[in-house]
Design a protein. Structure first.
Length: 485
């Protein structure tokens, strides 16, 4: 049997059980007596930290809190209890402190063979390369755990550089990483998304389950799964970078929209939408609240500012609580459902230069079949409200009022005046061709208008964005007033 990589098992205490030392030795692992202060997440040999259960609960919690950062380096923490009578106590303490992280185990010291096997079966993955030079001139990486995870994900390289990738709206950090290998050759660039373990893990799983074999290559960016790493609280998802491609909002400013919109529907989305299931009765307001497009009733305050601004000119507008209640009270209607990207705004779409190959990114919301109108309505509102022209100007209020009147599929905007309106008209033409009804599309667009209205923007031009939030709220309320179901 090959010797395990990272063979060190650290025992925290004055002396370790001799039987455990012998069992570990049989498996090619070595037990080393360590002081808790000496435990270091960057230790490239560390595989498992064994923490004996302390009868002093407060002292034990402090000790556990001190060693948990080793998870960011790939090591495991094993809480060792002295006999079956203490198992429940150990499990409760570990569960409270670690939210039942599977990388934190409990083991019986009276069964050293089983504990040794637990240590052997843990896969610590890539070790931390503490000496890896990281060029981060724009200070993208400000979290120490993120830096540690980068040193694991790219520890096989001789150096990396990190640069920001602007445009995303999630709370995750998104970076472009360039690496040089040991031979001096440049690797293909990577995209790294950093976020909470749960969110990153969910996105990776959804990409595997719903994208990898369901969206034709090259319409999505392949994961570099061997470089995806988890820490204590945070994780990194690593995928290949889309080279020689233009983000869709930038593309619309300079190129014709008609073929590009069709390339989205007929390219990456075609497999999902071709296999849509008809005849589903869905309460759209409830569905879109569940999907976090609409805020819940107890979150209605996030729409207070756009409502206040819009009501100053239109006092008859329903306040947020009443508008959300009206949307959620709409009866179930017959719709088709299919797998959905779930966040198909223009910043998640890239068009390769000199072709009409479309590439999608960010599949964090691609988790289940939803009404077919959802992706199209999301793209519709994103184009209308959030895409600037080549000169930097957004669509004017007059154009938006004309484009977002009742019965959207029957009254397409005057697309001859602007490529963005041309793109909106093309999106709606696809919706109409798929058999999506006026009521479903109007309600779904209204929900996405409110989604746009939910989020303020910190950077300039903040005042212009606040005005557009108010307009989105007003147009959503108008669509609901004229909705016929």
């Amino acid at each position: 049997m090959n010797a395990p990589t990272r063979p060190k098992v650290a025992w925290l205490g004055d002396s370790g059980p001799l039987r455990l030392r012998r069992q570990l030795g049989k498996l090619g692992l070595s037990m080393r007596i360590s002081a808790i202060e000496s435990i270091e997440p960057k230790d490239a040999e560390l595989r498992v930290v064994v923490l004996p259960l302390d009868s002093d609960r407060q002292a034990f919690r402090r000790q556990l809190s001190h060693v948990l950062p080793v998870l960011a380096g790939g090591a495991m923490v094993a809480v060792a209890y002295p006999g079956a009578a203490h198992r429940a106590d150990a499990g409760a303490l570990v569960g409270d402190a670690c939210s039942r992280d599977k990388r934190v185990a409990v083991a019986d010291l009276n069964d050293p063979a089983a504990l040794a096997v637990t240590c052997l079966l843990h896969d610590p993955g890539r070790a931390v390369n503490a000496r890896l030079p990281i060029d981060d001139s724009e200070r993208c990486v400000q979290d120490s755990e993120h830096e540690l995870l980068l040193r694991r994900a790219f520890g096989d390289l001789s150096s990396i550089s990190v640069a920001p990738l602007p445009g995303g709206r999630s709370n995750a950090g998104v970076w472009k990483v360039l690496g040089v290998d040991k031979t001096g050759c440049c690797r293909q660039p990577f995209v790294v998304k950093a976020g909470s373990r749960r969110l990153i893990r969910d996105e990776i799983e959804r990409t595997r389950a719903n994208v990898a074999e369901r969206i034709p290559f090259p319409h999505w960016t392949p994961l570099a799964e061997e470089r995806c790493v988890e820490g204590h609280d945070q994780a990194l998802m690593v995928s290949l970078f889309i080279e020689r491609a233009t983000r869709f909002d930038d593309y619309l400013a300079v190129d014709s929209a008609t073929l590009a919109v069709s390339a989205i529907v007929d390219g990456p989305l075609r497999g999902w939408r071709r296999h849509r299931k008809t005849g589903e009765m869905v309460r759209l307001g409830v569905e879109y609240t569940r999907s976090d497009i609409l805020p819940r009733a107890d979150e209605a305050a996030v729409l207070s500012e756009p409502f206040r601004r819009a009501a100053a000119a239109n006092p008859a507008l329903k306040p947020p609580e009443a508008l959300l209640a009206a949307i959620c009270a709409t009866p179930a209607i017959n719709v088709a459902v299919c797998m959905s990207h779930g966040d198909l705004h223009t910043r998640n779409i890239f068009v390769r230069r000199n072709s009409l190959d479309v590439v999608l990114i960010d599949f964090a919301r691609a988790d289940r079949p939803v009404p077919c109108a959802r992706d199209l309505a999301c793209l519709d509102v994103s184009i209308g409200f959030d895409v600037a022209s080549r000169g930097g100007s957004l669509l004017a209020e007059k154009e938006l009022r004309g484009a977002y009147r009742s019965r959207l599929l029957s009254t397409s905007p005057n697309w001859h005046s602007d490529s963005r309106l041309e793109a909106v008209a093309r999106v709606r033409a696809h919706a109409l061709a798929e058999g999506i009804g006026d009521a479903e599309y109007d309600l779904t667009v209204a929900c996405h208008l409110l989604r746009f209205a939910r989020f303020p923007r910190d950077h300039p031009p903040a005042e212009e964005h606040e005005q557009r939030r108010a307009l989105a709220y007003e147009l959503a309320a108008a669509l609901m007033e004229t909705l016929s179901i």
